[in-house]
Design a protein around this ligand. Structure first.
Ligand SMILES: C[S@@+](CC[C@H](N)C(=O)[O-])C[C@H]1O[C@@H](n2cnc3c(N)ncnc32)[C@H](O)[C@@H]1O
Length: 192
């Protein structure tokens, strides 16, 4: 299966900004619990039309930066149409490649994207390269055993242990999280 077969169809981008989704994932609340600080530089991998990008911009404020990375120009256009604040910078890049300099971000956030990227080991290597020492990662993705039937086909999803193992092998230390959801998992890690 190619990466493209797993990729979210950008024609359906409006569904990523729905009120129902807001109620389900509560992005401001979830991101607000992670400890991201004002003035930090955050990378939003697979940002889509900005469901997580905009609350991230609120948290880091005008002195911070949010790199909104996506492979789809259509998704980045949809983000631009939402008039994000100046600290949001769109970045057209195809993961696992992250088109940023070494040691340039404090946090990497990736929601519902890691299962769409072919090489997990290469992605972990890139995340390590662009993070500053002590930088952190948050990965939110679909549970293969989710209660509800929406989301990507179950055979496209990644077992959370696969991601945890790749992060440990890539030099990250896993961090505890109390966040739980019947349809998704959250993985937090710090670069050692
Ligand atoms: C399911 S959407 C999630 C969007 C957003 N994170 C959210 O939760 O609203 C996945 C996003 O990742 C992007 N994406 C998929 N594969 C990618 C890749 N290899 N490189 C960069 N972006 C990718 C898609 O274009 C899409 O915008």
């Amino acid at each position: 299966m190619s990466d493209q077969d797993r990729r979210f169809d950008p024609k359906n981008h409006a569904s990523l900004s729905s009120a129902g989704r807001e109620a389900r994932w509560q992005p401001a609340r979830l991101l607000g619990s992670l400890g991201i600080q004002p003035s930090q530089a955050v990378l939003d991998m697979g940002c889509g039309p900005g469901f997580w990008t905009l609350p991230l911009a609120e948290i880091v404020g005008a002195e911070g930066i949010v790199w909104a990375l996506d492979v789809s120009p259509e998704m980045l256009d949809a983000l631009a149409q939402r008039h994000p604040p100046a600290q949001v910078h769109a970045l057209l890049s195809e993961l696992p490649r992250i088109n940023l300099p070494d040691a340039s971000v404090d946090w990497i956030w990736g929601a519902f994207v890691v299962h769409e990227v072919g090489s997990l080991a290469d992605l972990v290597k890139e995340m390590r390269r662009v993070l500053r020492p002590g930088g952190r990662i948050g990965v939110l993705d679909w549970r293969p055993d989710a209660v509800h039937d929406d989301g990507p086909p179950r055979h496209h999803r990644l077992d959370p242990e696969t991601i945890r193992r790749a992060l440990r092998e890539g030099g990250f230390r896993l961090l505890p999280t109390a966040w739980e959801h019947e349809d998704a998992y959250l993985i937090l890690a710090v670069l050692e």
